[in-house]
Design a protein around this ligand. Structure first.
Ligand SMILES: C[S@@+](CC[C@H](N)C(=O)[O-])C[C@H]1O[C@@H](n2cnc3c(N)ncnc32)[C@H](O)[C@@H]1O
Length: 278
């Protein structure tokens, strides 16, 4: 496994070296083991399309294969947010999410798709996110283009609504999306993550930490930011992330989370879930 990881990193292509983009369709690999194997194989050989690379960090916005399923596994199923929602009982439910690193909204698309298929119809989601280098709605459409077959109307709705956001204006911007599960309000802070966390007046029920890997972007995992996130989480609230790096585990533990490593998905052997205990 470690050998494979080394090969993956070694073979990672820079944008200027890239040839043909490849986006496998949803359910291309229906069998989990085959899916796992193919993820490695494709990462070893495939080229990363330039529009999927965040030029500010020389890193992909998300993994090229099965990124929607990966998001559902790491941030929704593994972190147990459905259990929290179900435990709230019948009636209109409010749920507040914080995300570090909005990017092109892939996690938001995955969340809406997940909730649309959950059978819930009366949910009010407040989705607080932050982006230091916001993309245009045209770039968002390109980045999300690989998911069109599975979530086309959802992407169209997000891109259309997001085009109202003034990406050159710092601070909060708000848009609303009406979905079968209820209403989602996106509060997007244009600026730096710590500013956004400080600007939150109500703590979140769940945090999705997705700001590039700690090696590529240590600022998104700095202790000061993780401590602030802990302070803006309700008791029993959760955090989830794709990285299990030691510094991240220690930072989240110091911030008051009880951390658990959970089985990963695709190219990720394990992922992190945290519950705020103090
Ligand atoms: C991995 S991408 C986000 C992917 C996104 N969550 C998705 O699922 O598509 C991380 C994002 O965090 C943004 N970012 C990096 N450092 C930041 C910071 N200090 N404050 C705010 N945003 C930051 C990057 O510009 C990038 O768009």
């Amino acid at each position: 496994m470690d050998l494979l990881n080394i090969k993956i990193n070694y073979k990672f292509q820079k944008p200027h070296e890239q040839l043909e983009p490849f986006q496998p369709p949803h359910n291309f690999f229906p069998v989990p083991m085959l899916q796992w194997l193919m993820t490695y194989t494709f990462d070893l050989t495939m080229q990363v399309p330039p529009y999927l690379v965040n030029e500010h960090y020389d890193d992909r916005y998300f993994d090229v294969v099965n990124a929607i399923e990966e998001a559902k596994h790491i941030y929704f199923r593994s972190s147990g947010i459905m259990d929290i929602l179900s435990a709230a009982g019948p009636g209109r439910k409010e749920f507040r999410i914080g995300e570090t690193g909005f990017g092109a909204g892939r996690l938001l698309i995955a969340l809406m798709d997940f909730l649309d298929n959950s059978g819930i119809t009366d949910l009010e989601i407040t989705y607080n996110s932050v982006e230091l280098h916001p993309v245009t709605s045209e770039r968002m459409a390109s980045i999300l283009g690989g998911f069109k077959a599975e979530t086309g109307p959802l992407i169209d709705q997000l891109v259309r609504t997001y085009s109202q956001v003034e990406i050159s204006r710092p601070g909060w911007q708000q848009i609303q999306l009406t979905r079968p599960f209820g209403i989602l309000t996106l509060n997007l802070w244009i600026g730096e993550a710590l500013e956004m966390v400080h600007a939150l007046t109500i703590p979140c029920d769940a945090w999705f930490l997705d700001g590039h890997g700690p090696k590529k972007n240590p600022a998104m995992w700095r202790r000061e930011l993780l401590m602030a996130i802990g302070e803006k989480t309700v008791a029993g609230g959760t955090c989830a992330t794709f990285t299990v790096a030691g510094a991240v585990r220690r930072g989240l533990t110091d911030a008051g989370f009880s951390i658990e490593q959970r089985p990963g998905v695709g190219g990720k052997k394990s992922v992190l879930k945290g519950i705020l205990i103090n």
